[in-house]
Design a protein around this ligand. Structure first.
Ligand SMILES: C[S@@+](CC[C@H](N)C(=O)[O-])C[C@H]1O[C@@H](n2cnc3c(N)ncnc32)[C@H](O)[C@@H]1O
Length: 411
């Protein structure tokens, strides 16, 4: 079924992938690929308004929305238009058999008037609610815990001058909410509530997004090879996954800032710890379901970290590959005009066989030899600290416009 999907206006690159991952999580292999998208007329692709076709029934759409972080709401769209008259016509044309089950006298409901890119007074909102007399609401209003929530959402025709994704024509949507993100978990896990953080600790929203991309759930084992203070794994464990991490710096993981302030404290703070002991490393390769990480590309912790962005605005790092894993997302998070970081999510697609094990051992040997040679030739310092090459025309190599910047910040 097709729905109206309204996103939060943030982390634009992550919005559709999150929905597709969650479709895969709840619908099984192939369900993510079955998701279809289209844009409402006159809306820019960065607009928060998208139409989405999800496999399965409405309960499936609700599951996807409720587990997400970036879906403000998924709605059964009853009508839309560029004026309130057009909206009325469109809602009236929507079949009664779809509408009437949600308008019965026994039901409770609430109407919310929401806007994007414009401010509306409560008086204007009331006027809009009163104008909906053409919808035969028979139930009782319940503002706290309604059975059905209806939304009128309006965007203005502010063109491209408002610092937001351009909207060429005012659009008004009316729909019944099917599900929405539960962002209440973010304050609980936010960095300032966490016992142990480091200079590169990942914020809770991003960590939960990655756990969603990695399809974290009970019965899965998620691995972070650059675990640091454990942010990503705490998020994966919140969703019931078993977790395992590694880090080149034993002090970060083992010692932290003392016995009550280390990676374990971050887990203990919010969860019953789920971990795995006594399994050999190669055996573990057999059972990882996802590898999710925030690799330390670029400048090390303490300085500015992450990837220098290339001419097209994207990072051009080559990511590691493994025949058993598929890189499903390499999302770039813009930190500033010049720096971004790349977050990688890989999921298991094939079993780990003896043959693959032998091949991996050979590749590992080759890498060690070449890497040592590269270090001996004194390349490390220049690789990390060399300034970016200027373009032949003398202009900056970085294209400011290649990534969206709305209302003063990259999203
Ligand atoms: C960007 S931080 C990860 C931060 C982590 N996501 C968190 O929330 O704390 C990268 C981590 O990778 C570790 N690291 C750097 N090089 C590594 C390597 N070659 N192998 C494993 N870990 C490495 C660093 O010690 C650092 O803790």
């Amino acid at each position: 079924m097709w729905y109206l999907c309204v996103f939060y206006h943030r982390l634009l690159d992550y919005r559709r992938p999150e929905v597709e991952s969650l479709a895969e999580l709840f619908g099984g292999p192939g369900a993510g690929d079955a998701v279809e998208w289209r844009m409402p007329e006159n809306h820019h692709e960065d607009s928060p308004f998208h139409f989405v076709r999800l496999p399965g029934d409405e309960r499936f759409a609700a599951q996807v929305a409720n587990r997400s972080l970036l879906v403000k709401g998924i709605y059964e769209l009853w009508g839309h238009g560029t004026t309130y008259e057009e909206l009325e016509k469109s809602v009236m044309e929507y079949p009664d058999e779809r509408k009437l089950p949600y308008l019965t006298p026994e039901s409770t409901f609430k109407i919310v008037v929401d806007t994007f890119g414009k401010v509306m007074s409560s008086q204007e909102q009331n006027e809009i609610m009163k104008s909906l007399t053409y919808i035969p609401f028979k139930g009782r209003v319940n503002l706290k815990k309604p059975e059905h929530k209806f939304f009128v959402i309006e965007t203005d025709d502010y063109g491209s001058n408002n610092g937001l994704p351009p909207v060429m024509k005012r659009t008004i949507f009316f729909g019944r909410e099917v599900g929405a993100a539960d962002r209440h978990l973010l304050p609980m896990y936010q960095l300032k509530s966490r016992k142990y953080i480091g200079p590169t600790a990942m914020d809770a929203e991003m960590a939960f997004l990655m756990a969603n991309q990695g399809l974290a759930r009970p019965g899965k084992l998620v691995y972070d090879p650059f675990v640091g203070t454990g942010s990503i794994l705490v998020a994966a464990a919140h969703f019931g996954a078993m977790t395992m991490g590694a880090d080149i710096d034993i002090r970060v993981v083992r010692d932290g800032r003392g016995p009550d302030c280390n990676v374990w404290s971050n887990f203990e703070q919010v969860l019953a710890i789920r971990w795995l002991v006594g399994v050999g490393f190669l055996d573990l390769l057999l059972i990882f379901d996802a590898i999710i990480c925030d690799p330390p590309y670029g400048v090390r912790a303490g300085g500015r970290k992450s990837v220098l962005r290339g001419e097209d605005g994207s990072s051009n790092t080559q990511f590691p590959e493994h025949p058993c894993f598929k890189l499903i997302y390499s999302c770039e998070q813009i930190l500033s005009f010049r720096y971004s970081r790349v977050l990688l999510t890989m999921v298991k697609v094939a079993p780990y066989t003896e043959e693959i094990k032998k091949m991996a051992e050979e590749q590992h040997r080759d890498f060690r030899e070449n890497h040592q040679k590269w270090l001996d030739e004194g390349n490390l310092h220049s690789a990390v600290f060399s300034p970016a090459e200027p373009a032949p025309d003398g202009k900056s190599k970085f294209d400011r416009d290649s990534k969206p910047k709305y209302r003063g910040k990259y999203v």
